[in-house]
Ligand binder design. Sequence first.
Ligand SMILES: [Fe+2]
Length: 378
Amino acid sequence: MTESTGPVVSSDAPITSSDPIPTPLASPPDILRCAYMELVVTDLPASRRFYVDVLDLVVTEEDEDAVYLRSLEEFIHHNLVLRRGPVAAVAAFSFRVRSPEELDKAVAFYTELGCRVERRKEGFTQGIGDSVRVTDPLGFPYEFFYDVEHVERLAWRYDLHTPAALVRLDHFNQVTPDVPRAVKFMEDLGFRVTEDIQDQEGTTYAAWMRRKPTVHDTAMTGGDGPRMHHVAFATHEKHNIIAICDKLGALRLSDRIERGPGRHGVSNAFYLYLRDPDGHRVEIYTQDYYTGDPDNPVVTWDVHDNQRRDWWGNPVVPSWYTDASLVLDLDGNPQPVVARTDVSEMAVTIGADGFSYTRTGEELPEWKQGEHKLGHQL
Ligand SMILES: [Fe+2]
């Protein structure tokens, strides 16, 4: 077998926080998976066109103020809510828990942390029953529910599948200034780290964390926050992602493509990043790996490895590092954004000066160094 100087593999995530949120005595709720995101959009018809006519998500229900969408293999009422509102933002990152009793645990867990907690027996959205919403210690609006309306799983309805079919909600991605602090809190909530990006000085730039046995249900990305970096839907195959690019081109909507398509280093998934009419970022993602064993290894990438974000070494556009969506408090007001004080990933990965590498101990070829400056790519 050929030797590879890839990422470091360990049994536990080597991330510690110097400013930890205290671990509650109360047990966390048993979370199954990321279930849906509630997005506030400023032009509902435009957003509906993007998510329904372009991305082919399925409308479960809609009214004057909201559209409830699901992916083709989903059996719960929705994976995405588009709600009309004055400021583009995220109203909820929603997770399904294992049983109705877990909601009592969610209330106790977040109450002990001093968070604002609101429970509604009738739910906060159509199709969902008893639910708990909180503003978590990191400033994010999280929701937990078990009770939900079942709808037809359209997996076998190939008459409805298009070349670009989105089959599952895969994950969320959150922007937070202090990644180790966020990771420690999420571990208290029952999440485990699958992969992370660090440097030799001990700075952590991002971490991918899971409940379901895939690479992640959410990731913590270092930056000014709390903000939402993206919501990701899965396709079955890589060719479905190419089909989305072709469709966007045919519709003269190629400017919706922000980054990719490509192969991630982290997660090993094939990816594409799009921006919706409000600028909310959506990732199309496929073919990461199984992580369900209790001793699943943790993968740590060096921030200077230019294959970590794109396995083929393609540069990351600056907007991908800097732009993200606001998140709301439980009254619907945007949460204040706190600046990251740790060094930013974008600042340390300028390739032309030798900070990035493909092979340890070697600089990029001369002809490739310039591309990190041409077009302002990093
Ligand atoms: Fe992602």
